[in-house]
Design a protein around this ligand. Structure first.
Ligand SMILES: [Zn+2]
Length: 321
């Protein structure tokens, strides 16, 4: 449904309304609302007494590439996209950081592309943060899932300006992730990863007084714990947000777009540095979400990127909220 064009939505709303004798005015509020949320660029919901705001940075329309998924062909990829009602002429990879308000603290989880990666249709985050009424100076904490460009480039404006975007925030980073990317021996990394390590090594020393590494499973802010989730990167971290019996697992990049990697948890994206560990982590966290009836949000899930996971044999289904 969310991939229908506006014209199709209007047509089908009118057709359905006619069928139900509604005169076309009251029908399809849900669809109209969902479309507005993406256009508006933010979407608020609650986890118990905690307020979460999903913030849309835009979408990378990634060209098909046989190397993208090591154990699935481009045709299989297109078939999985089609089965989810997504376009098949490219891989649609959106970016959605979340802002969490808890106990008087404003916490941002990941920072979007900063318009410095992710193609021409990404880089809308700051505009949508403003639309949501949030001043960057009011952010107290930033939690980083991992150091890939689409998650950290929003911390700082482009070189040579290198201006810190959230001047009053403590930046919490996984100690293992920090150590991996900040190792001066960049030449031990695969060639494709070296420019990112180089940029991270330019950025983080400029924010040294703000960076706070954490280890393992730890309460970082009251109501938010880190969850060690390695594989996509060596120190990848997910976050567990809880209030009373309500919980939200912020998966980060434990899985990329659900149409491909929740449905096929064994598919190995080229982005996953250690594919076997990434799959084990993916299954572990998706199983946990099912067992705990927790909500999940994924950084590359279709906006507003929140919903639940259902088990389907040896695979899973993401059900958008
Ligand atoms: Zn990512």
């Amino acid at each position: 449904m969310n991939q229908m064009t506006r014209r199709e939505v209007i047509f089908s709303a009118a057709a359905t309304a006619a069928a139900f004798g509604l005169g076309g005015r009251l029908s399809f509020l849900g669809t109209a609302h969902a479309q507005t949320a993406t256009e508006r660029g933010f979407h608020r919901y609650n986890v118990g007494s905690i307020e979460v705001t999903a913030l849309y940075d835009g979408m990378w329309e990634k060209a098909h590439d046989p190397a993208f998924i090591k154990n699935a062909s481009v045709d299989e990829t297109k078939a999985a996209l089609a089965a989810a009602g997504l376009p098949t002429d490219f891989v649609p990879i959106p970016f959605t950081p979340n802002l969490v308000k808890v106990g008087g603290q404003i916490v941002l989880i990941d920072t979007a592309t900063g318009g410095q990666t992710g193609g021409p249709k990404a880089g809308l985050f700051m505009k949508h943060l403003a639309a949501a009424g949030v001043d960057p100076g009011s952010v107290n904490h930033i939690l980083i899932s991992h150091f890939h460009a689409d998650h950290i480039f929003g911390l700082m404006t482009k070189a040579p300006e290198n201006k810190v975007v959230f001047p009053n925030a403590v930046i919490h980073v996984g100690a293992a992730e920090y150590k991996f990317w900040m190792d001066p021996a960049i030449e031990r990394l695969p060639e494709g990863r070296r420019p990112l390590a180089k940029r991270a090594q330019e950025m983080f020393p400029l924010m040294k007084d703000k960076v706070q590494p954490f280890e393992g499973d730890k309460e970082i802010v009251a109501g938010i714990r880190s969850v060690d989730s390695p594989g996509h990167t060596p120190g990848h971290t997910s976050f567990h947000v809880s209030s009373g019996s309500d919980q939200l697992i912020v998966l980060g990049d434990v899985t990329n777009i659900p149409a491909l990697f929740v449905r096929n948890p064994g598919w190995q994206a080229a982005f996953d540095q250690d594919a076997a560990t990434a799959e084990a982590t993916r299954r572990k966290l998706l199983d946990r979400a099912v067992a705990d009836k927790a909500m999940v949000t994924g950084y590359h899930f279709p906006f507003p990127a929140a919903g639940r996971i259902a088990k389907d044999g040896n695979s899973y289904v993401f059900v958008a909220a």
